[in-house]
Design a protein around this ligand. Structure first.
Ligand SMILES: [Zn+2]
Length: 140
């Protein structure tokens, strides 16, 4: 399970394995968890992998990792950056040069699909993007 944590990626990167992670409680059974070492994760704009702490609940066997809250799970780009890229596409009718059409198109399709499912698709796509950003909604 990936938990969204209030940590800064820059601090994790700078401190590496010495970063002081706050040990979470198991989200399933609320018991203490034990350290399981680190896993390496890649984030956009950082060339090297970053060490992310991993814990395991020895009661229910749940494996837990934390992720900086500005990053959605399975996304290497910060959520604010994703929304800015989508806004750029809507305003300029082209993808920004710092991303690819394939990545941006994937995010746009995810956003539209989620907005349609939740009946949040507005007449103007910019309004839809602003709504998702303000409410801190994910697009997956
Ligand atoms: Zn547990």
């Amino acid at each position: 399970m990936i938990l969204s944590c209030k940590v800064k990626l820059s601090e994790i990167q700078a401190e590496g394995k010495k970063f002081n992670w706050i040990r979470p409680k198991c989200p399933r059974c609320s018991l203490n968890v034990r350290s399981q070492g680190y896993i390496r994760r890649f984030f956009k704009s950082i060339v090297e992998a970053v060490f992310i702490k991993k814990w395991k609940c020895h009661h229910c066997k749940l494996v837990i990792t934390c992720r900086p809250e500005e990053f959605w799970r399975r996304y290497q780009e910060p959520s604010d950056q994703i929304f800015e890229i989508l806004k750029y596409r809507i305003k300029n009718l082209s993808w920004p040069p710092w991303t690819t059409r394939q990545r941006g198109g994937h995010w746009m399709n995810k956003l539209i699909k989620k907005a349609k499912i939740n009946l949040m698709l507005k007449e103007c796509m910019l309004e839809t993007i602003h709504l998702f950003q303000q409410k801190k909604l994910t697009i997956f």
